[in-house]
Design a protein around this ligand. Structure first.
Ligand SMILES: Cc1cc2nc3c(=O)[nH]c(=O)nc-3n(C[C@H](O)[C@H](O)[C@H](O)COP(=O)(O)O)c2cc1C
Length: 132
């Protein structure tokens, strides 16, 4: 069984593009070694991340992530076990988008997202759109 965790957070004020790129490079390297796959969506100043992998690896990584000062207000939306991976081929797929674009996606489902109002159902709808 594979464990997954889905959370949302706010990008820390002042996080530079260089720091963000460094974060992604290090994350991909770590995830590859620890058999973790997933997606990180940057929606303006919001992070939405889904990670999946061996239970122990996910637990350890999530504990690291919640202590990270590069984001704040981390909220776990959903966690659980699944039979197979959704992002098999991605150490960490990165997508950048805006709240405006997200609301266009959600409009099709007649719901609207505001900062801090994205629940796990919305998050899943959003992520489905970004599986390429
Ligand atoms: C939004 C966000 C997503 C992150 N995703 C990952 C990830 O997928 N894999 C990873 O190894 N680190 C990720 N990190 C970095 C970890 O929080 C942490 O800095 C890294 O695991 C190193 O931790 P350590 O210094 O305690 O060993 C992420 C950080 C942020 C802010």
């Amino acid at each position: 069984m594979i464990k997954f965790a889905l959370y949302i957070s706010n990008v820390s004020i002042g996080l530079s593009n260089i720091e963000f790129n460094d974060l992604i490079i290090a994350a991909r390297r770590y995830n590859k070694t620890h058999k973790i796959s997933g997606i990180l969506l940057r929606i303006d100043e919001i992070f939405l991340q889904y990670i999946e992998g061996p239970e122990k690896s996910i637990d350890i990584l999530y504990q690291k992530i919640i202590k990270d000062h590069r984001h704040t207000s981390i909220k776990l939306l959903e966690t659980g076990k699944i039979e197979s991976r959704k992002y098999e081929n991605w150490e960490m797929l990165l997508k950048k988008t805006s709240l405006k674009e997200i609301n266009q996606i959600l409009k099709k489902n007649t719901i609207e997202a505001h900062k801090n109002s994205i629940d796990h159902n919305m998050a899943r709808l959003i992520l489905e759109e970004f599986i390429s």
